[in-house]
Design a protein around this ligand. Structure first.
Ligand SMILES: C[S@@+](CC[C@H](N)C(=O)[O-])C[C@H]1O[C@@H](n2cnc3c(N)ncnc32)[C@H](O)[C@@H]1O
Length: 305
């Protein structure tokens, strides 16, 4: 099992916002290497408990070690979208640190990186589901273009999808660098400071792991799992994720909509969330230590009772 160094983004800021009652039960939906989980456990009393989730078997194996060390902790090998099915009780806080972990990106054999040659896998749960290579071999050209455009925000999605389909007819696309070259060669305008394969890889990764669907479900189920005054704390890493979180917080803090002219009382709005503070970004000091935190945005909301 790999145990690479992993930097936990916005660690203090996120856990300060999450832990409001040291005796309560919390959820870390994205255990990773457990940096945030360990910080939560540090803050909790002997009565407090933490239930963590991860799709990745390697992350879960590290979580199992932590279960041995700390009786207040348990881990589930499941998507955070299943929080409500796994929990028997309401909780005081749900934390999500979205996306892939540094170890996932850094290990060539996981197939997430366009910089390292490895099998084109990209599954967070690499024991189940369709790999990126299998999906690319069989997906319709328009579905590939859709993933590149909608999940990767790639302007040249159609052209790149066309190149992928042309190449796969000659030879199966089975490795990360093979795909990176096809994408790079088909990309007519490279963005400054960005590898030309960045957007395509993001799009395919989100498709393979149904990341945005999971996030939408998880926000709803987390809200239903929260006690009054419980906190929902989310770190996102790209504009698609952040837009989903921002809209969810906005809609649930505004409450129900009524036609103009209808007299509305506060109670009729049935607001479910209160937004706490402004979105937080990594400090200069954190950016110096960890460049991956540059795109992180932390949002916090509180369950209304
Ligand atoms: C950015 S890392 C979390 C790092 C962690 N906070 C730490 O300090 O080590 C994201 C983790 O969430 C996991 N993950 C992503 N989407 C998930 C989902 N829908 N359900 C469960 N785990 C997920 C990934 O496998 C990865 O391990």
């Amino acid at each position: 099992m790999a145990n690479e160094a992993h930097y936990s983004v916005l660690l203090k800021e996120s856990i300060d916002a999450l832990v409001v009652d040291v005796d309560a039960v919390y959820v870390d939906g994205t255990f990773g290497r457990g940096g945030h989980s360990r910080e939560i456990l540090k803050r909790l009393s002997d009565k407090g408990r933490l239930v963590a989730f991860d799709k990745d078997p390697e992350a879960v194996a590290i979580g199992r070690q932590l279960e041995e060390e700390d009786a207040r902790f348990s881990i589930r090998h499941n998507s955070f979208a299943a929080i409500d099915q796994e929990l028997q009780e309401k909780v005081a806080g749900v934390f999500l640190d979205l996306g892939v972990s540094s170890p996932q990106l850094d290990q060539a054999q996981r197939g997430f990186s366009f910089m390292k040659d490895g099998p084109l896998d990209m599954r967070m749960n690499n024991q189940d589901g369709v790999t990126a290579a299998q999906w690319i071999a069989e997906a319709k050209q328009e579905d590939i273009a859709f993933a590149l455009k909608e999940y990767g925000e790639e302007r040249f999605a159609k052209r790149i999808a066309g190149a992928i389909v042309e190449h796969r007819e000659l030879k199966p696309i089975e490795t990360t660098l093979q795909l990176a070259k096809i994408v790079t060669d088909a990309n007519p305008r490279w963005e400054k400071g960005k590898n030309p394969a960045t957007r395509a890889f993001q799009g395919i990764r989100i498709q393979i792991n149904s990341e945005l669907d999971d996030l939408m479900v998880a926000l709803d189920t987390s809200l239903q799992s929260l006690l009054p005054l419980g906190r929902l704390v989310v770190i996102s890493f790209h504009s698609l994720e952040d837009r989903i979180v921002k809209r969810f917080f906005r809609d649930k803090s505004r409450g129900k909509e009524f036609p103009i002219g209808v007299p509305v009382t506060e109670a009729m709005l049935e607001k479910e969330l209160k937004i706490i503070g402004k979105p937080i970004k990594a400090s200069e000091a954190e950016l110096e230590e960890n460049i991956r935190s540059r795109s992180a945005v932390l949002r916090v909301a509180e369950r209304l009772g």
